[in-house]
Design a protein around this ligand. Structure first.
Ligand code: NAP
Ligand code: ZN
Length: 351
C-alpha cells in the first residue's frame, strides 16, 4: 500500500478538502502513475454534490488523468517506469461480455469507473485523479504522446473521447452540417473534432460572449440559442447535433433543426430530466434522439493518437487544487474557458 494525498468531497454540501488514503499494491498487471495533471469535468461537480443520487463519500473525483509511470507489475508489457500515461473514466470491466468483446467497455454492465465505483481491490470506492498517485490495470491505461502539451492533453481523457466517439459513430465528415450545443469542456472539444473531420460546424450557445472564441475553436457559424429568429434560420438543416448541455432544457428547439433522418445525440447528464420532446418532431421527419457514454479504451487510444497527429488539445485554465471549489462555482455559471485542469504539484503544498 502506498500513501496518497488528495482533495475529496466529504459530503454533498461541504467544499472539497484535503484527504489522505492508501493506493493498492502494484499487482502483476498494474501500472502505478504519478499524476501530474487532472482535468475538471462537470461530472465531478454533479457527483461531488450527489446530483445523480449515487454518490459515496469520501469521494476523490477526477477522470482526466495524465502523469508519469513510476512502477509496473511483472506482467505489464505496454509501459515502463518513466513513460507518460493517461487514465480516463474507466478502470475495469468484465472482459467477457459482448460489449467488452466489441471494445465498448463503457457499456459493460460491470464496468468500474475511475471514482465513485465499488473497488474490488480495497472494498471501498475507487478514488480518482484529484490525487498524486494512482494504480491502474494496464488494460485501462492509455499511451500519451510527448508531442502535445501535457496539461492540455488531460481533458482528452473524458471531454475528448465523449465528443470524438459519437462524432465517429454517426460518421460526421465533409458535406455534413453539424451542431454542437454548449461551449464548455465537452462542447469545445466537439467543435475541434467536428471541424477536423471536415463538417460545416455550428455552435449553439447561451453565452453571446463566447462567439468569437467559438470561431477560433472551429465553428463556421455561431447561433445564440435563446434568439428564436436566429434558430428559425436553421430549421430542418442539420445532419447531426451533439448536445453537451449540463442542465435540463427544451430539446424540441434543437430537434426541429434536424433534416429528415437527422439525429441529435445527448451527452450532457442533467440532475433532473429534460422536458420530454414532442413525438411529432420525431415522426414527421423520422428523426432520432440518441445518447452516448464516453468511449471504449481502443477508441480512446485512437482519439489520443489522432490528437497527437493533428495537434489537437484542450484550451485550459491551469489551477492549483486549492482553487477547485471556486472552479466548480464558475462552471455552474458557464464561465468556462474551456476546461479547468489541476496542476497536481500544488497538492504537496496542501498536504
Ligand atoms: P461544462 O464545461 O460546464 O459545459 C456545459 C455547457 O453547457 C456550459 O458551458 C454552457 O455553454 C451550457 N449550459 C450550461 N447550463 C445551461 C443551461 N441551463 N441552458 C443551456 N446551456 C447551458 O460541462 P462539461 O464538463 O462539458 O459537461 C457537460 C455535461 O456532460 C455534464 O452534464 C457532464 O456530466 C456530462 N458528461 C457526460 C459524459 C458522457 O459520457 N455522456 C461524459 C462527460 C461529461 P454555453 O455557455 O455555451 O451555453
Ligand atoms: Zn468527465
Amino acid at each position: 500500500m502506498t500513501k496518497a494525498i488528495s482533495y475529496a468531497a466529504h459530503d454533498p454540501k461541504s467544499p472539497l478538502a484535503p484527504f489522505a488514503f492508501e493506493r493498492r499494491e502494484v499487482g502483476a498487471e498494474d501500472v502505478e502513475i504519478e499524476i501530474l495533471f487532472c482535468g475538471v469535468c462537470h461530472s465531478d461537480l454533479h457527483q461531488a454534490r450527489d446530483e445523480w443520487g449515487n454518490s459515496t463519500f469520501p469521494m476523490v473525483p477526477g477522470h482526466e488523468i495524465v502523469g508519469r509511470v513510476t512502477r509496473v507489475g511483472s506482467a505489464v508489457k505496454k509501459f515502463k517506469a518513466g513513460d507518460l500515461a493517461g487514465v480516463g473514466c474507466l478502470v475495469d470491466s468484465c472482459g467477457g461480455c459482448p460489449d467488452c468483446a466489441d471494445g465498448l467497455e463503457q457499456y459493460c454492465n460491470h464496468s468500474v469507473f475511475t471514482y465513485n465505483s465499488p473497488d474490488k481491490h480495497t472494498g471501498k470506492s475507487t478514488y480518482g485523479g484529484y490525487s498524486n498517485l494512482i494504480v491502474v490495470d494496464e488494460r485501462f491505461t492509455l499511451k500519451i504522446s510527448d508531442k502535445l502539451d501535457l496539461a492540455a492533453t488531460a481533458p482528452l481523457l473524458c471531454a475528448g473521447i465523449t465528443t470524438y466517439s459519437p462524432l465517429r459513430h454517426w460518421k460526421v465528415g465533409k458535406g455534413h452540417k453539424v451542431g454542437i450545443v454548449g461551449l464548455g469542456g465537452l462542447g469545445h472539444m466537439g467543435l475541434k473534432f467536428a471541424h477536423a473531420f471536415g463538417a460545416h460546424t455550428v455552435l449553439f450557445t447561451t453565452s453571446p460572449g463566447k462567439a468569437e472564441d467559438a470561431k477560433r475553436l472551429g465553428a463556421d457559424e455561431v447561433v445564440i440559442s435563446k434568439d428564436a429568429a436566429q434558430m428559425a434560420e436553421h430549421l430542418q438543416s442539420f445532419d447531426f447535433i451533439l448536445n453537451t448541455v449540463a442542465a435540463p432544457h427544451d430539446l424540441d428547439q434543437f430537434m426541429s433543426l434536424l433534416k429528415r433522418d437527422g439525429s441529435m445525440c445527448l451527452v450532457g447528464v442533467p440532475d433532473s430530466p429534460h422536458p420530454s420532446p414532442s413525438v411529432g418532431n420525431l415522426i414527421f421527419k423520422r428523426r432520432t434522439l440518441a445518447g452516448s457514454l464516453i468511449g471504449g479504451i481502443q477508441e480512446t487510444q485512437e482519439m489520443l493518437d489522432f490528437c497527437a497527429e493533428h495537434n489537437i488539445t484542450s484550451d485550459i485554465e491551469l489551477i492549483p487544487i486549492q482553487e477547485i471549489n471556486e472552479a466548480f462555482e464558475r462552471m455552474l455559471k458557464s464561465d468556462i474557458k474551456y476546461r479547468f485542469v489541476i496542476d497536481i504539484a500544488s497538492l504537496k503544498q496542501a498536504a
